[in-house]
Ligand binder design. Sequence first.
Ligand code: PLP
Length: 459
Amino acid sequence: MTYNNYSLSQLQAIDAAHHLHPFTDHAELREAGSRMITRADGAFIYDSEGNEILDGMAGLWCVNAGYGRTALAEAAYEQMKELPYYNSFFKCSTPTPVLLAQKLAQLAPANINQVFFGSSGSEANDTAVRLVRRYWAIEGKPEKNIIISRHNAYHGSTIAGTSLGGMKLMHEQLGGAVPNIVHVMMPYAFELAEPGETDDAFGLRAARAIEDAILEAGADTVAAFIGEPVMGAGGVKIPPASYWPEVQRICRKYDVLLMLDEVITGYGRTGEWFAAQTFGIEADTITTAKAITSGYIPLSALLVGDRIARTLVEKGGEFHHGYTYSGHPVACAVGLANLDIIEREGLVDRVRTDTGPYLAQMLAERIAPHPLVGEVRSIGLMGAIEIVRNKETRERYAPSGSAAVVVRDHAIANGMMLRATGDTMILSPPLIWTRETIDLAVERILKALDLAAIDLKGK
Ligand SMILES: Cc1ncc(COP(=O)(O)O)c(C=O)c1O
């Protein structure tokens, strides 16, 4: 590849001159220079200087099948030679989105049989908002329009995604949100449970915040509730067992649609194909993207439940919505090949029965006792480590989020890619990880925690 002719400093200079990065303080990045990731294989990524880094984040929660899958490259190559692009507009279709939609209907919960394709999680959530509002309009209830979401939720970075999400800093820069979206508390017991409140009692209280919002607005004005089964970017917040059944009960009681955002949890992360199956949730829409192709090529799929699909198809007329790349044949070919790998290698079962429980055990036995760690939690191959100044009182280091960045920087410098969100370290590795990979990760995380503890002494 021609970029091999460039030195790191040349690439960094060009990056700084021309490339605006996502979610980045540009002045700060340009001062420091980007780390250039140049290749990857299996569970590891490599930078331009030859450093090997164990990828604890599966890229950005997406490379579930791991790196170096030539079958995915070949699927793209063959499809590009045969038919690189054709659209799904004006009464046309191409074979791969047809077959992928069928496959997704087979894997999804029983009430879901239809799929709308896009290119990103944000786009899919835009589609979901359009669709639930359209549903109620077709049903003669256009005033049922409000969508309830949660503080600290992440649903993407388009205007609808940002509006749906509950990220304060994103809202501050939005300059006008999509109307009729309200936010309620998140199910985050570590910080929000009252002293002495059990996990179950807290879960019910957090769910009933949704009921309060419905009653305040009036049930005849509420279209839907949207939630990530496990809040991901907000800090791997795993709700208490009581939460989702109560949310489901409330949605049914007030005839409010239930939208799940499984952009992170979809395709095996929690030990089932979808977290809807892990938690036993019956959803009206499930937003998916990322791991549908293991991140090898952009693709999203909004899975649409029978209730909405029936109304849309039988009574809706034309739905004025779609993207140039809805059902892109190459992306869908890669999606089919990727799901085939995940299925053939039994990666979802492995997470449920082996690596998921082993990660939970190692976090509890090896990481939780560390003086900087206030709590560990995980579900499947999705984990969090809370960084605290005081284990007993759960006091944090000031300013908020500063300590986790110290841990993250040591982790990366010691060959372990971890993400810091606020005061939480996040782990969401490729599903190809084995017990040996988890052992290696634990050693590297412990080293980072030890080095961070030295830096943070007296702070
Ligand atoms: C739960 C969730 N929804 C939506 C998105 C947005 O996806 P994308 O970045 O592909 O637009 C993300 C991205 O991380 C996500 O985690």
